[in-house]
Ligand binder design. Structure first.
Ligand code: OGA
Ligand code: NI
Length: 372
């Protein structure tokens, strides 16, 4: 089924182009270097050739025992569990604090990100995933690489493959885009650059609001929201329509690793969260809204005052679902420690890059490895 992969060469310093701020790029690429230099899990990371498939192969058929935690079908799929917060509401700060403490997740509207840009991102993501399998595999992420086309990063931890293909961007994507569209790459790059800038601004705003509801020092706020050395990654997710959606998974249960994730579901249901005592519950897409969730680093930083939410993505029988996630994190060389004003830290302190490596090698065991 798979052709021999030819992994693209990832040369970070060759990603400079005349439009980019070189300082930002060096900084942005450090996150990819953590993955690239240190993590060597070998696994088949090539997405299925969705063009030529008419059923779900055994490799992608999930039974209950393949999942962790167990797949629990809820009888009560309430879709309004997660609060929807209007950022222009004067009470937004309290609502965000409450949502972070209760759920580790909320949806945000009136966030100030131009709708036109949001739509352009979807258009460009669909343009990418509509390329032939042959074209997309030209920018295949190498087994130890960070950016490009491939399966979800958590794939090695599961016996079964996910009904998924993704494209990861950290900083400039010009090298890959030139391979995909030699004469027409600028539009894709400009759109992704603009979007990453907007996401970073929004992530800062949301982090600032959420942290102000905790007992936090100014120095700690500066660490979490500093623009200098911070890291962002953009993940374009594609879940092709699937002949047997209940037999497979788009994205297996996981928590996100960095501080905050901002996700757009682009109108198609699929994201589900695990709620203790209830099971899996869908997060309904809302026009113009982003889903925001706490990642492991913010869970640690908040001394577990903000829970980290297990989530997964389901697939659809008739619709090709696209989602776009932006992951925001602090400088990888900085030290991560639970907020100093809390007497009993739940976690030991460590370098951000150490945690990212722990997560990449131990997946959902990483948090328990640093728990005190
Ligand atoms: C992710 C993620 C959910 C979705 O990219 O980390 O959880 O709905 N995506 O695609
Ligand atoms: Ni996620």
């Amino acid at each position: 089924m798979y052709s021999t992969p030819i992994y693209k060469n990832v040369h970070f310093l060759s990603t400079f182009d005349h439009k980019s701020d070189s300082k930002t790029l060096v900084i942005m690429n450090t996150l990819s270097q953590v993955y690239d230099d240190d993590i060597t899990i070998s696994h088949n990371i090539i997405p299925l050739d969705f063009e030529s498939i008419d059923g779900v192969p055994d490799s992608h058929l999930w039974s209950q025992s393949d999942e962790s935690p167990q797949r629990i079908q809820t009888n009560n799929p309430r879709d309004s569990l997660i609060p929807v917060i209007d950022l222009s509401n004067p009470c937004a700060i309290d609502l965000i604090g409450q949502a972070c403490k209760t759920w580790g997740m909320f949806q945000v509207i009136n966030h100030g990100v131009p709708l036109e840009l949001v739509k352009k991102v979807e258009f460009e993501a669909r343009r990418l995933f509509a390329l032939t399998t042959h074209e997309k595999r030209k920018v295949l992420r190498s087994p130890t690489g960070a950016t490009g086309y491939g399966l979800p990063r958590i794939s090695p931890f599961f016996a079964k493959c996910m009904w998924h293909e993704g494209f990861t961007i950290m900083g400039s994507c010009v090298d890959d885009a030139k391979v995909l569209w030699p004469h027409d790459y600028q539009r894709f790059c400009d759109t992704m650059d603009d979007y990453q800038n907007q996401m970073k601004l929004l992530a800062h705003k949301l982090l600032l609001l959420s942290l102000q509801t905790l007992d936090v020092t100014q120095e700690e706020i500066n660490w979490a929201t500093s623009t200098h050395g911070s890291n962002g990654a953009l993940q374009l997710n594609s879940y092709p329509s699937c002949p047997n959606p209940s037999g497979t998974l788009g994205l297996a249960p996981h928590t996100d690793s960095l501080l905050l994730t901002i996700l757009n579901q682009y109108g198609i249901t699929g994201l589900e969260i695990f709620v203790e005592g209830l099971g899996w519950s869908p997060v309904s897409p809302i026009e113009g809204a982003f889903v925001v969730n706490v990642g492991d680093l913010l869970h640690i930083f908040s001394n577990a005052k903000f829970p980290v939410v297990y989530h997964r993505a389901m697939v659809n029988q008739s619709k090709h679902r696209i989602s776009v996630a932006y992951f925001y994190g602090p400088p990888i060389e900085s030290t991560l420690a639970p907020l100093s004003n809390y007497q009993d830290p739940c976690f030991r302190s460590l370098l951000v890059k150490e945690y990212i490596r722990l997560k990449a090698t131990h997946n959902d065991k990483a948090l328990s490895l640093i728990r005190i």
